[in-house]
Design a protein around this ligand. Structure first.
Ligand code: HEM
Ligand code: HEM
Length: 154
């Protein structure tokens, strides 16, 4: 692969991940509203249920899951293409941890749909952790972007 193409690929992952941060925030809002709908009194439920929050949360959550898996392995692939190795640092390790947590949380979907309360608690705990780590990941990610830009080919 030409070196300049490999270099330019460096900006694909950061751009996609900023988009994913926004999408994750939206999926989180839908999840919170799904819970509000589930626990509301009969009268409030009648209005909230029209928002189809649980269904939309599942849809957007699945999109977050797909982009997160592609983004993580994509980031590793681009790093390897440019450096012939990976850098075992906070951004790589936290990234792998986040993806693992999200996959485990998603795997609880069938249990949650059968009304398993423990599965719901674990799902929310894992994913609120993912969203929090995402903020940290954006910080270390931008540090890497700065470094790549400073070392750009002449
Ligand atoms: C706004 C947020 C983020 C920014 C700005 C960012 C930026 C970067 C940059 C510049 C690289 C170098 C390779 C490349 O350019 O493709 C990278 C690598 C990587 N990123 Fe991100 N990233 C972000 C979020 C994430 C998230 C959410 C994950 C996973 C959940 C992730 C996982 C990785 C991994 C695993 C690597 C490979 C690191 C290595 O092997 O050294 N990143 N990221
Ligand atoms: C951004 C990450 C995510 C956050 C913050 C999040 C948060 C939540 C919250 C707060 C609930 C409500 C729990 C309750 O009713 O007590 C929920 C439910 C649920 N989530 Fe997520 N979630 C995320 C990602 C995902 C993903 C990736 C999937 C699957 C692909 C998923 C599937 C579900 C399902 C099936 C339910 C149950 C909905 C129902 O009541 O039928 N979520 N989530």
């Amino acid at each position: 692969m030409p070196a300049d193409l490999a270099y330019n690929l460096n900006f694909l992952h950061p751009l996609a991940m900023w988009g994913l941060l926004a999408l994750s925030g939206y999926a989180m809002l839908l999840g919170i509203k799904a819970k509000k709908t589930r626990t509301a009194d009969a009268e409030t439920r009648k209005t909230l249920i029209k928002g189809h929050f649980a269904k939309r949360h599942y849809l957007y959550g699945s999109a977050v899951l797909a982009v997160m898996v592609l983004g993580t392995f994509g980031g590793m692939a681009v790093t390897y293409l440019n450096n012939g190795k990976l850098f075992v640092g906070p951004h790589l390790l936290v990234g792998i941890a986040m993806t693992t947590m999200l996959v485990l949380a998603a795997a609880l979907s069938p249990l949650m749909q059968h009304g398993n309360l423990i599965a719901r608690k674990i799902h929310v705990g894992l994913n609120m952790g993912v969203v929090t780590l995402f903020l940290w990941q954006a910080l270390t990610g931008m540090q890497i972007v700065t470094k790549i830009w400073e070392n750009r080919p002449a």
